[in-house]
Design a protein around this ligand. Structure first.
Ligand code: GAP
Length: 438
């Protein structure tokens, strides 16, 4: 189903998924905090990515490089010269726009005349150490990629890797975006999940095609509706300064088709530039063929926040049950913030409450589990549906005699009666199968 962004924003706030940053001070433009359930969801997205691209392959290594880098990095990478957006101001209402967002050189808000376009570098500047002068100028990285390139030789040599192999990294990036917006879609501080995959020149097209298919499939495997995903090849005029070719995986967000992830063929641009600027040889020597070359790089670059938003939007579902609206997040079991909720049917029966708490404590070691007795059972179910909890365990008076509990499935609302002694194994089974085991 299609959903408005406002509906998702309001659900996220109401259910502790995403809050406005520094809200008590009126916030700071387009900056968001992940709440207790949001941090779980986003961690699960990052974990699913890491598993797929690092653990399930034998040609990948991980890395966690620092945000601050020697500023020479950004000269070599071309970001100091080229990471610019053309911007113009409205002479009348003073609003500021990226020129790419303006159709006819008039203000999209009031129709006023725009100033001439100026080039605006998107990198955040800061100073390292106590003296604020040119010599101590540093930048917050605008992409995690450069931390990988400058470590290419370290990883290749220390891990004794042969080409082709790749390096994966998850981390924060910062861009002083002129027009952030659409909730967490475009922000100034965000997290990227990037891969630099090093190949022999001449085999780059094959590597590129592999990663386009592989990354597209990852979103499908985690439940994104096929009709909401598409590939879009960049035209030559659109290509970033480093790219030979690039394709975007686009998602049908509420504001229309927009980039979720980009897969670029960066050629040898980065290793060549870093070799030149650092004076260090970053080429690769093939022991078998005795060839020495600068590898080409295929770069699948995803956003952890954008992917999380797409999973949230795609999972959002409304239906009418017995005349009442039911909101549910049909998230994949690997992504859900809470795997299981334990709910006592009667909170004034001490033995029922005690049993439910004991079951929750036992499950907690295995899965993210919550215990809740703060409303009627109907309300408790709805609360868990809204945050995507796939299974709820209800402890009732009969459980005291037959030592069984009721397990309820989020999507079908079907229920199964299960012995307490085997409930942990049962939930594990359901989570793995993605459905209530009957
Ligand atoms: N290293 C290549 C690179 O950074 P990009 O297309 O500029 O390429 C890659 O960014 C991904 O990072 C995007 O597809 C998006 O998911 C995420 N991203 C980029 N800018 C973002 C922003 N301002 N807010 C949130 N996510 C962003």
């Amino acid at each position: 189903m299609s959903v408005e962004m406002d509906t998702v924003v309001s659900l996220c706030k109401r259910r502790g998924i995403i809050f406005q940053n520094s809200e008590i001070y009126g916030g700071i433009g387009n900056t968001w905090d992940y709440g207790p359930l949001g941090v779980e969801l986003k961690n699960n997205v990052k974990d699913a990515w890491w598993r797929r691209v690092v653990y399930e392959r034998d040609d990948m290594e991980g890395l966690d490089a620092a945000i601050l880098m020697n500023p020479a990095t950004w000269v070599a990478s071309g970001h100091l010269d080229n990471f610019n957006d053309p911007l113009a101001d409205c002479k009348k209402c003073k609003h500021r726009f990226r020129l790419d967002d303006v159709a006819d050189l008039h203000c999209p808000d009031c129709g006023g005349e725009l100033t001439e376009a100026r080039s605006f570098n998107l990198m955040f500047k800061t100073f390292v150490g106590p003296v604020e002068d040119e010599a101590s100028l540093a930048y917050l990285r605008p992409e995690t990629a450069q931390g990988i390139f400058v470590n290419f030789v370290n990883v290749q040599k220390m891990m004794r890797r042969k080409i082709p192999f790749g390096i994966a990294q998850i981390g924060k990036s910062f861009r002083n975006e002129i027009t952030p917006g659409n909730f967490t879609f475009r922000t100034r501080e965000f997290e990227q999940m990037e891969i630099e995959y090093f190949v022999k020149p001449g085999t780059d097209e094959e590597g590129y095609q592999h990663w386009v298919q592989e990354r597209f499939q990852w979103y499908l495997d985690l439940g994104i509706t096929k009709e909401h995903l598409r590939l879009r090849e960049h035209g030559k005029e659109e290509l970033a300064h480093y790219a030979k070719s690039c394709v975007d995986i686009e998602y049908l967000f509420p504001m229309g088709w927009s980039e979720l992830e980009g897969i670029a063929n960066r050629g040898d641009f980065d290793l060549r530039m870093h070799s030149k600027h650092s004076g260090k040889d970053l080429s690769y020597f093939d022991e078998v063929t005795k060839e020495k070359y600068l590898p080409y790089v295929i770069e699948p670059s995803a956003g952890a926040d954008r992917a999380t938003l797409a999973f949230l939007i795609d999972a959002y579902h409304e239906e009418v049950v017995k005349g009442e609206k039911r909101v549910l997040l049909r998230l994949d079991n690997r992504l859900v913030p809470i795997k299981v909720a334990v709910l006592p049917l009667l909170k004034n029966r001490a033995d029922v409450v005690e049993k439910a708490r004991a079951i929750a404590a036992d499950l907690r070691g295995e899965f993210r589990t919550v215990y809740d007795d703060t409303a009627s059972i109907g309300r408790l179910y709805r609360r868990q549906d809204e945050v995507g909890t796939p299974y709820c365990i209800t402890v009732d008076v009969q459980s005291m005699d037959d030592h069984q509990v009721t397990v309820r499935d989020r999507d079908s609302m079907k229920q199964a009666r299960v012995p307490i002694a085997g409930v942990k194994a049962y939930i594990k089974d359901c989570l793995a199968k993605g459905a209530l085991v009957t």
